[in-house]
Design a protein around this ligand. Structure first.
Ligand code: HH2
Length: 272
């Protein structure tokens, strides 16, 4: 028997937005968002990723005060009844600050601390963990003809450069996670190249977060997966591949199914 496998942590997605691509504002209402958070905790989430602004191409930007008003009451309510880890999915330092004050311990920034000049300093000051994700372009136009000479090398160089910028601003190295940003300024072929290169990202020595849940590249491989809700199989395949390659966490909508898949995968590994 060997138990060398280590199961990635499951990060469950709670979108408190009216326009997120796959769960379309169903949890906008504060009470409904709390019910969703409770459900994901009961289903086996290790981390809740709470977001108040969609990053979907074409999504309407949300002012910081509105984003704070969406996420802070939910973070406070979850924190009052659970010690689950909470990450705040935001590009805005003011929102990260308010979320950490309310009980979040991870700043998940799809802009990798680039979209506000003071973001690296605020991350250092907050002392929280920080997810630095790769995105080509900006959310509005990122899917308009994304191009790379070598997508893996460029994403890797970007992530290392952002990690160094964060550390130069005072973020501790052990607080930094990296994420190749599946679906953010990438064609299906780019996403597959990044998924195939996960061992190379893991070898960088930072925890890697993988977010493939219900993303559009799955529909490019399966003509029956046009609806985001019909992409569970593809999401599980990508995340299990990430688990085998050593990613630290997977960001998912389908917490129950993902936790079960990882438990089986892990048990098989332990029985080797
Ligand atoms: N993907 C989305 C949002 N945030 N954060 C990280 N670190 N990695 C990801 O892959 C990632 C992310 C997009 O998914 P979703 O939250 O379902 O949609 P929306 O951005 O519309 O809220």
């Amino acid at each position: 028997m060997s138990a060398t496998f280590q199961r990635p942590r499951v990060m469950g997605i709670v979108n408190v937005t009216p326009d997120s691509f796959s769960d379309g504002g169903r949890f906008l209402e504060a009470g409904a968002a709390l019910a969703q958070a409770r459900r994901l905790i009961a289903e086996g989430a290790d981390i809740l990723d709470i977001g108040g602004e969609s990053t979907r191409p074409g999504a309407v930007p949300v002012p910081a005060d509105q984003e704070i008003a969406r996420v802070v009451p939910l973070i406070q309510a979850v924190r009052a009844e659970s010690d689950v880890a909470i990450s705040i999915d935001t590009m805005k330092p003011a929102v990260a600050r308010a979320a950490v004050a309310a009980g979040a311990s991870i700043w998940n920034d799809v802009a990798a601390l680039r979209f506000a000049p003071d973001a690296p300093e605020v991350a250092a000051e907050l002392g929280c963990e920080v997810v630095l994700m790769h995105m080509q372009g900006e959310p509005g136009g990122m899917q308009d003809d994304p191009r790379y000479d070598d997508v893996v090398a460029e994403v890797e160089a970007f992530l290392l450069a952002r990690a160094f910028t964060a550390m130069a601003a005072g973020v501790a190295r052990e607080k930094i996670w990296l994420d190749p940003g599946i679906g953010f300024g990438k064609t299906p072929a780019h996403n597959l190249a990044l998924l195939a290169a996960l061992p190379r990202f893991v070898a960088l020595g930072y925890p890697i977060l993988l977010g493939a849940s219900r993303k559009r590249f799955i529909a490019a491989l399966d003509p029956l997966a046009a609806d985001a809700g019909a992409r569970l199989g593809g999401s599980l395949a990508a995340h299990l591949r990430g688990a085998a390659d050593g990613v630290a966490a997977v960001r998912v909508h389908d917490v129950r199914e993902t936790a079960q898949a990882l438990a089986v995968w892990d048990a098989i590994g332990a029985a080797l």
